[in-house]
Design a protein around this ligand. Structure first.
Ligand SMILES: [Zn+2]
Length: 91
């Protein structure tokens, strides 16, 4: 447990394979965050922004994320841009 979230660091197995295969290091489902590596403070803050987004949108979060992903891709994704900006500001 960290900051009210379940943190899993998966250094092997299916979760890690899925994450790293697509070039990601973490995935967040509500208050459960799975990392392929031990998170740095910056990565941790980034994922906490996604937790807040999940709280904001509830069950709409995932379909909304996927819809915006299809439209904007990863780096221009509004949720990702918010997470990148806020994780850098909140040191
Ligand atoms: Zn992100």
């Amino acid at each position: 447990m960290r900051d009210g979230c379940f943190l899993y660091v998966s250094d092997r197995g299916l979760a890690r394979w899925i994450l790293t295969r697509r070039g990601y290091v973490a995935i967040t489902f509500g208050h459960v965050i799975v990392f392929a590596i031990e998170p740095t403070p910056l990565l941790w803050r980034h994922e906490l922004v996604h937790v807040e987004q999940y709280e904001r949108y509830g069950l709409a979060f995932l379909p909304l994320y996927l819809l915006l992903y299809a439209r904007h891709g990863y780096s221009a994704h509004p949720f990702e841009r918010e997470a990148v900006i806020r994780s850098r500001l909140e040191t």
